[in-house]
Design a binder for this molecule. Structure first.
Ligand SMILES: [Zn+2]
Length: 407
């Protein structure tokens, strides 16, 4: 790697300022007018490259041939969807420009995203010449990644200990099938499953990927999901896949409209067999009247460890109950109703004629062995007929159509 003797200035410009500068730039072969003469200065960028060490530094190099005397050179770059343009000045030596960008807390690029970059050099007459733009994928290259594929999944891992990649990919596929048995969702979009050996390495990558972490997992829709190795890996993969597939089918807004307990409950149920300890915990809490009220689980789940554990167990138990009582079709309509309305309590009212507080009560009565209220005895299809078959079909076809329409 080419080492730089020094880096003179480091800064980034606002988008607007950069645009002004762009407007004043010349293409690589420019006609320059000075003192009434017309000179044909020719500059051609011949070779370029970028190398990087994750979270430490980026090294850009460009070589060019030039009839002008080049005194200064810069790299400009833009990361992912971010509109900011970063600009760094480099060192010009004999038709070559080297720029070393040291990364710190102020300028970490988003990882798992493309960096679009281009060079600009300046002649002794103050003319600027700009290269075409190039793209590099900014990866976590702290490790040597191995990979295996089973479309739509790509599994990456860096430890030699990941014994059974095909089994893990197979489990991911099973997770998809399990979720599709619960809800009419389309197959997932291509997704990279990246497995870290150490949780701390995963946390660093997640931070630099700008993945917001909530309740122990990241916001879906990024195309990459990160995991730490462990005994529960296959269940974790199925869990995160469920979040991804819900997100892809419902869209960002529909997904955000789902109550936290429903999103999390579906993902836990998609993991596979119910955890008998969690089920017992919920039953005991119901009998001791210490379950968390459902309306407190609408926005986010609690962060306190014990409460979070209870909230997850409760969410999963309620989702299992709903699937059992409303079956796949009814449950799909219920999910669609939440996605559409965003009202955590009233959402089921239109299709089912009851609100969520009522459904919660009926669920509780099955846990405590009390006499169920009228709702639990009502077949959802009867309710559906009352609400109108058209409404139900409309909801379902909308859900499926949206799944199919996703990129
Ligand atoms: Zn989750």
């Amino acid at each position: 790697m080419q080492q730089l003797r020094r880096v003179r200035r480091v800064y980034w410009l606002s988008f607007v300022l950069a645009l002004v500068w762009c407007a004043s730039a010349q293409p690589a072969q420019a006609q320059e007018r000075t003192l009434g003469r017309t000179l044909q200065e020719r500059v051609e960028f011949t070779v370029q490259s970028v190398e990087y060490r994750f979270s430490e530094q980026l090294d850009f190099t460009a070589e060019f041939s030039s009839t002008a005397i080049i005194l200064e050179g810069y790299v400009f770059y833009q990361v992912g969807e971010d509109e900011r343009i970063w600009v760094y000045e480099g060192e010009v030596t004999r038709n070559r420009l080297d720029i070393q960008v040291l990364l710190d807390d102020t300028n970490q690029p988003q990882v798992f995203a493309n960096i679009r970059y281009w060079f600009r050099i300046a002649s002794d007459h103050g003319e600027f010449f700009e290269s075409p733009s190039y793209t590099v994928y900014y990866d976590d290259n702290r490790f040597t990644w191995q990979q295996a594929e089973l479309p739509p999944f790509r599994l990456l891992w860096h430890s030699g200990q990941l014994a059974d990649a095909p089994a893990i990919l197979g489990a991911a596929r099973q997770g998809v099938a399990r979720l599709q048995a619960l809800l009419p969702l389309a197959d997932p979009q291509p997704l990279t499953l990246r497995v870290y050996e150490q949780a701390a390495d995963l946390q660093r990558a997640a931070q630099l990927a700008h993945y917001p972490w909530a309740a122990g997992h990241m916001q879906p829709g990024q195309g990459v999901v990160l995991f730490a190795q462990g005994a529960q890996l296959e269940r974790q993969i199925a869990h995160e896949l469920a979040h991804q597939m819900l997100y892809e089918s419902l869209g960002a807004e529909g997904y955000a409209n789902l109550p936290a307990w429903l999103r999390e409950g579906i993902a836990i149920v998609a993991e596979g067999e119910a955890d008998p300890q969690a089920a017992a915990l919920v039953r005991a809490a119901a009998q001791g009247s210490s379950l968390l009220p459902l309306y407190t689980l609408c926005g986010t789940l609690p962060t306190d460890a014990a409460q979070a554990h209870m909230a997850r167990a409760q969410s999963a138990a309620l989702v299992r109950y709903l699937i059992e009582h409303y079956n796949k079709t009814g449950f799909g309509i219920l999910v669609e109703a939440f996605a559409r309305s965003g009202n955590c309590i009233q959402a089921p009212q239109a299709a089912f004629g009851v609100d969520m507080l009522r459904i919660e009560q009926d669920w509780l009565s099955t846990l405590t062995g009390e006499t169920p209220t009228t709702l639990a005895q009502v077949d959802w299809r009867t309710v559906g007929m009352a609400a109108g078959v058209a409404v139900l079909l409309w909801g379902l076809t909308r859900l499926v159509a949206r799944s199919g329409r996703r990129k």
